[in-house]
Ligand binder design. Structure first.
Ligand SMILES: Nc1ncnc2c1ncn2[C@@H]1O[C@H](COP(=O)(O)OP(=O)(O)OP(=O)(O)O)[C@@H](O)[C@H]1O
Ligand SMILES: [Mg+2]
Length: 338
């Protein structure tokens, strides 16, 4: 999977003064019965540049979905945004009225999720569903909306699109239904797309086709994308920059080449080893058992209990994210040098 040789050629994200999304000091928490909330996203800073595809990787429970939904100011219930700013195209979304955000969702920022069938209305044809989005958000008449729907069905490479406009979701395969969900997400040419594990339910060849398509459509429409996955290998082919999230915090962030050729955080290396075909590497970096009896206090590195390279300092001194090289930052006192 970690083969950079056959990657899709990417254009470096153009640097502009204003990123598409600037997430500043974001904290999202879930209330618990004990009264002490669970922190799902902790004081997170992240800038997503215009036109870039940004990969976010992390294991189950790391906070990926919470972050994805929070970018639309819709953290999963009963979560709440405890702190931070979400600056989209220069405007902070936090103080905006809910009605304004509803207008933006699906038009300026859209989200692609797995399980396309649960996203689609079983009672409406796919053509109607796509056209409705265009009518509501772009305020175009019915005929124009239908024309746009047909165009986007062609763009997502649905065979025989005129006929498929009349089909119901249950008449489609999983891969085709996922293309419909992508069509709905892209019809308004949003400036920002969040894809949360959107291809995980598909078989590998369909997944590769859909990723290529998504990348092409994002490029054609100059959209930026936050691409979330548990599979670190996918990001090697698909993303311009990559970050690893663990326990609601970014552990490492770098441009793709630096990330894959010079991974520095022990956790990043462990994730890569888990997806590698190299037996020796896998054994060396097997997911370690938590250190016996290790209790992680607020002062310890969040990865302390599982880190094979942990030192006494890691228990008492919580590391900050620090820059190792331009654009390459890591939250570790003892990054692995290459
Ligand atoms: N509805 C909820 N109620 C309470 N806590 C939640 C809820 N959703 C998420 N959490 C908490 O937030 C953390 C992050 O969950 P999240 O769903 O964002 O993880 P994820 O990275 O998307 O995982 P997965 O890869 O399994 O989708 C969880 O570990 C859990 O503690
Ligand atoms: Mg998730």
């Amino acid at each position: 999977m970690l083969n950079l040789g056959d990657r899709v050629e990417t254009q470096a994200a153009p640097k502009t003064t204003q990123p598409t999304f600037d997430i500043i000091g974001l904290t999202v928490e879930f209330p618990t019965i004990t009264g002490t909330p669970t922190i799902a996203i902790r004081n997170l800073d992240l800038r997503i540049e215009r036109g870039e595809i940004f990969g976010l990787v992390g294991e189950s429970g790391a906070g990926k979905t919470t972050l994805a939904r929070t970018l639309l100011r819709l953290p999963p219930e009963p979560g709440r945004i405890a702190a931070g700013a979400l600056v989209f195209e220069g405007n902070n979304l936090m103080p905006l009225p809910e009605a304004e955000l509803q207008r933006m969702r699906g038009r300026d920022i859209s989200m692609i999720v797995p399980n396309p069938r649960s996203e689609l209305n079983p009672l409406l044809t796919v053509g109607e569903q796509i056209a409705n989005v265009a009518r509501v958000h772009l305020k175009v008449p019915k005929r124009e909306a239908q024309r746009l729907a047909l165009d986007i069905l062609r763009a997502v490479q649905i065979p025989d699109p005129e006929r498929r406009m009349q089909a119901f979701p249950h008449e489609m395969s999983g891969g085709m239904a996922q293309r419909i969900v992508i069509a709905i997400a892209l019809i308004c040419s949003p400036k920002f797309i969040v894809s949360d594990d959107a291809t995980s339910g598909l078989d590998v060849t369909v997944q590769a086709q859909i990723l290529r398509l998504l990348r092409q459509l994002a490029q054609d429409r100059a959209s930026s994308m936050l691409f979330i996955t548990r599979d670190i290998g996918i990001t090697a082919h698909f993303c311009d920059r990559v970050a690893v999230i663990y326990n609601g915090e970014i552990m490492e962030i770098a441009a793709r080449e630096d990330f894959f050729f010079r991974p520095s955080h022990p956790y990043t290396i462990m994730l890569m080893a888990a997806f590698s075909y190299n037996q020796r590497l896998r054994q060396l970096w097997a997911r370690p058992e938590p250190h016996a009896g290790a209790t992680i206090g607020a002062t310890a590195c969040p990865y302390f209990a599982r880190c094979p390279l942990a030192q006494p300092r890691c228990r008492t001194d919580r590391p900050a994210l620090r820059e190792l090289a331009p654009g390459h930052s890591v939250r570790c006192h003892f990054p692995v040098a290459r």
